[in-house]
Design a protein around this ligand. Structure first.
Ligand SMILES: [Zn+2]
Length: 147
């Protein structure tokens, strides 16, 4: 089932943790509405990145799945507003995060995470926060940066 032209429900709810632990990661109708909104906004992000394929590493996380991962209880993944992704044909996660931080579009948080992927959330607060986290010990730092 497609939530938008290039993003499927399957890709947005796939979770290795849920599968491994036998946890249900099926969204409620409320969350499904948010996921659909997230995917439609990601169509715009995909276009900004030159219409190159977006690889989704994490979308929705049911509360139990999020807890198993050790995610913050306030994570936008729990409400369906957040997506973790890469766009290898565009560049590294750092290049993608840096580029997106310079574009004019509405988002809540853009986070360069662990040097490995980009977290983008569309929570309606739309704070346009750009952050970097490279290790749990180092925590979140303002801006998109390598160090
Ligand atoms: Zn994330």
């Amino acid at each position: 089932m497609q939530l938008s032209p290039h993003f499927s429900l399957e890709s947005m709810i796939a979770s290795q943790t849920a599968a491994r632990l036998g946890l249900c990661n099926t969204p409620t109708n409320f969350v499904l509405g948010n996921l659909t909104d997230t995917c439609n906004r990601m169509e715009g992000v995909r276009a900004m990145l030159g219409n190159r394929p977006i690889l989704v590493s994490s979308g929705y996380r049911a509360p139990a799945v999020n807890a198993a991962i050790g995610g913050a209880t306030t994570s936008a993944h729990v409400t369906g507003h957040a997506i973790d992704f890469t766009c290898p044909d565009f560049g590294t996660p750092l290049e993608v995060a840096t580029f997106l931080s310079q574009q004019a579009f509405e988002f809540d948080q853009l986070i360069y995470e662990y040097g490995a992927w980009v977290h983008l959330s569309f929570d309606p607060r739309a704070r346009r926060q750009c952050l970097t986290i490279l290790s749990a010990q180092a925590g979140y730092k303002p801006g998109i940066a390598v160090g």
